[in-house]
Design a protein around this ligand. Sequence first.
Ligand SMILES: Cc1ncc(COP(=O)(O)O)c(C=O)c1O
Length: 287
Amino acid sequence: MSIAFLNGEFLPLEDARVPVMDRGFLFGDGVYEVIPVYAGKLFRLDHHLKRLRNSLDAIRIEKPLSNEDWKSMLNELVNRNEGADQAVYLQVTRGVAAKRDHAFPPDCKPTVFAMSSSMPPSVDIDKISGVTAVTFPDNRWKLCNIKAITLLPNVLLRQQAIDAGAAEAILIRDGYAVEGAASNLFIVKDGMLITPPNGPTLLPGVTRDLLVELAANHAIPFREADISEAELFNADEIWLTSSTREISPVTLLDETVISDGKPGPVWKHMISLYQDCKSAIRRGEAG
Ligand SMILES: Cc1ncc(COP(=O)(O)O)c(C=O)c1O
């Protein structure tokens, strides 16, 4: 049985109920996080909580819990759920209002919800063969740095990708590739790892930022730069990153074969560094 947290209470997920006047339901007025758990430990928790704070500030919701309270609630949620590896979903909405009105209601108390789901078992790196991605124009709003629950464009784009037989959509804005529908984007060209700089066109991914740290710590040539559509198609390697997808090598982009149709050497180096981080947290040596 899956246990959820709703407004101060732990309860079976199927018993969790939110009133229809919740602004998350009516307006998508809220923000969220997805945090992977390895061996019962929340991975990069401080980074997720920092991004949550930024998202809450951006949409002007007062911090509903202190950092320490988030940590103890999330750890308890993990302990109450089965499985050493999990993915925790955390959502805060502006709360329940007396009437439907776009403007912020007075005295609205945020709704805090969290649940845990199972993580797919880790795959042997040697068995990872790469995924297909397709490019689509980015039709999202201009505040993509906020991890908002208002995800209709991302939902439609991901479905368009699936309908095209691909795993992910890579989004093109003003001639530049910014990120995936639910992932960040990296390319490798002539040994140089490149990702677009953080800003309003993309989500500051926790996985992305970890890869930036790993590149710096392991002398992997790296820069943050805009990636034109032409540079994307001419890349030696393309990767998509997210907390649940980890680092996914793209081997087919639209009709173009990337990296001879196999994961490239820089990906192999980075995924082994990433696996080391996961092993460290499993041993309780890192956060
Ligand atoms: C639009 C978008 N970009 C990037 C990411 C990757 O972020 P993270 O690495 O923090 O999971 C996500 C994750 O859901 C996303 O939805």
